[in-house]
Design a protein around this ligand. Structure first.
Ligand code: 3NM
Ligand code: MG
Length: 515
């Protein structure tokens, strides 16, 4: 049933309510959007008499025809028939798909709103041309949505319909805008099926420059986000030994390029995080104000969002910075400190996760459980208590990484690292790391430097950072002058520095034998 001639890339759904349309003219707005490159238009009017609706649709159809773009009518098969436009879009509570098809014939484009796998399979089976999958994110444009399914929900649907062999086209809808569209398309992609486009109301209709907004969105939908390029550098199925062997080149690269590590981090660790960054050869900046990110993201570095001292103002700053780094294609490391400790923090996790793409999520067991969701376990302070065995931990990091298409690190006595495809356990480190505040946070800083260049396999870079960090701790702890956590800290900085110089300058890799 798929019609290859329909371009679903950028689907404008109209809304004539004052909150969206304001004092503009619907026809003028749609025409501007068409000039900007909108590829499909849906007239969505929830009120008004049939006669009036037919008049509006007829006027709009004249315009869309000029641009060779199909016009779809929401719900109203009768209006589509009266106007003779290209199709209809039906919701789960509207007319049955089979009836709509009978009325409109085989050549009409019929789309169906779906938010579950069952709805999607049924619509595909029934011969829908496309699915409007959503609601991706909560949106003020439509508050009576049934289900907020996130990118993971969309991907689950794409996986199942591909598995069942349907080639039905797909768009997603809900809360999509210029700053999130690329990573939404990226995160929604299943192994065998990608979205054909995105549908939006407010990102175009409520924009100041409608034509510009449409052009920009279309460009973003049609090009992969900068971070996706990174995945192509993945080294495929590699052994733990291969991963260890890649570590020196990562450490050397940090030494040679001095990447910026932009830390939005908590009050407790700013000093030690900056010192760790310097020791490993990165250039630290502790800058918590979101407005600065639009400049800092252009300097080739990466961002650490550490929500150790989160408050509402801080959260707004994180979101601003996250968007800037995503737009610039620069890596972001997220440290959800104390994620499960308070309801404010649990809400902050949701806000951050839905506002941008995170390259690496790093936390202890409790934090990773909270980020994964479904955990009601109350975390005591920011410290972790463990309830999972090794295989459960490995499974959790793998599933979270696969869901978010990122690298997940769960720290602990043994660390677990995964990119969703490959999962490794790392047994290095020393108990003193647990007796000094903020060492977990500074591991985030170390990782940020390692992945800043996007030179290597992202997982290999993260593992290199962990090995550098944890083996430095082991070496420091065995020094004769170190008698506890106090004397450990300066020795740890020294060993971070010595490993870097040994690896980058003299090529002495004896430290790596501990990996
Ligand atoms: N349908 P915006 S969400 C019309 O989930 C519509 O089916 C949705 O508006 C669904 O792009 C939605 O402004 C509104 O977020 C989308
Ligand atoms: Mg409807």
């Amino acid at each position: 049933m798929g019609r290859p001639d329909v371009d679903y890339s950028l689907y404008l759904v109209t809304d004539s309510t004052p909150a969206i349309l304001g004092d503009q003219q619907l026809n003028a707005v749609v025409e501007e959007s068409l000039k900007g490159g909108v590829t499909l238009v849906q007239l969505r009017e929830k009120t008004g008499d049939t006669g009036h609706l037919v008049t509006i649709a007829r006027e709009l159809h004249k315009i869309t025809k000029t641009y060779n773009v199909p016009l779809i009518i929401n719900d109203r098969v009768d209006v589509a028939l009266a106007v003779g436009c290209e199709g209809v879009h039906i919701g789960q509570d509207d007319m049955e798909l089979s009836t709509a098809r009978k009325l409109l014939g085989p050549n009409a484009i019929i789309g169906v709103t779906v938010s579950t796998v069952d709805e999607a399979l049924k619509a595909c089976e029934g011969g829908a041309d496309y699915l409007g999958i959503g609601t991706v994110y909560a949106t003020p444009t439509k508050t009576n949505t049934k289900d907020i399914i996130g990118t993971a929900g969309v991907r689950g649907i794409l996986e199942e319909i591909a598995e069942a062999g349907y080639d039905t086209r797909t768009v997603c809808i809900g809360g999509i805008n210029e700053s999130n569209v690329q990573r939404i398309v990226f995160q929604c992609a299943a192994e065998k099926k990608r979205l054909d486009g995105v549908a939006t109301v407010s990102a175009i209709m409520a924009a100041h420059d409608i034509q510009g907004a449409a052009r920009n969105l279309l460009g973003l939908v049609k090009s992969p986000p900068a971070f996706e390029v990174d995945l192509n550098k993945q080294s495929g199925n590699v052994s733990a030994q291969d991963m260890v062997e890649m570590a020196p080149s990562v450490i050397r690269h940090v030494h040679e390029t001095t990447p910026l590590s932009h830390n939005m981090t908590n009050l407790v660790v700013q000093n030690i995080a900056a010192n760790v960054a310097l020791a490993i050869g990165a250039s630290p900046i502790m800058a918590g104000y979101g407005e600065e990110a639009s400049d800092l993201c252009k300097l080739g570095g990466s961002l650490v969002i550490n929500m150790g001292s989160v408050d509402p103002a801080g959260l707004a700053n994180y979101v601003k910075a996250l968007k800037a780094y995503n737009l610039a294609g620069r890596p972001v490391i997220y440290d959800p400190v104390g994620a499960g400790a308070t309801s404010l923090r649990r809400a902050a996790v949701k806000t951050i996760m839905s506002n941008g793409y995170l390259d690496v999520i790093k936390g202890n067991e409790g934090e990773i459980k909270t980020v994964f969701g479904g955990s009601t376990e109350q975390q005591r302070g920011v410290d972790s208590s463990s309830t999972l065995d090794a295989s459960q931990k490995a499974k959790l990091v793998r599933e979270l990484a696969a869901r978010e298409k990122c690298v997940v690190v769960m720290t602990g006595k043994t660390d677990f690292v995964s990119d969703g495809l490959r999962t490794f356990a790392i047994d290095n480190g020393h108990e003193y790391l647990g007796l000094v505040t903020g060492t977990g946070c500074t591991l985030g800083t170390t990782i940020s430097a390692a992945i800043a260049s996007r030179q290597t396999d992202r997982l290999a870079a993260v593992i290199a950072a962990i090995l550098h960090f944890e083996i430095a701790a082991e070496l420091a702890a065995t020094r004769p002058e170190v008698r506890g956590p106090g004397t450990f800290v300066p020795a740890f900085l020294d060993e971070l520095y010595r490993i870097r110089l040994a690896t980058a300058a003299s090529g002495d890799l004896s430290w790596l034998a501990r990996a």
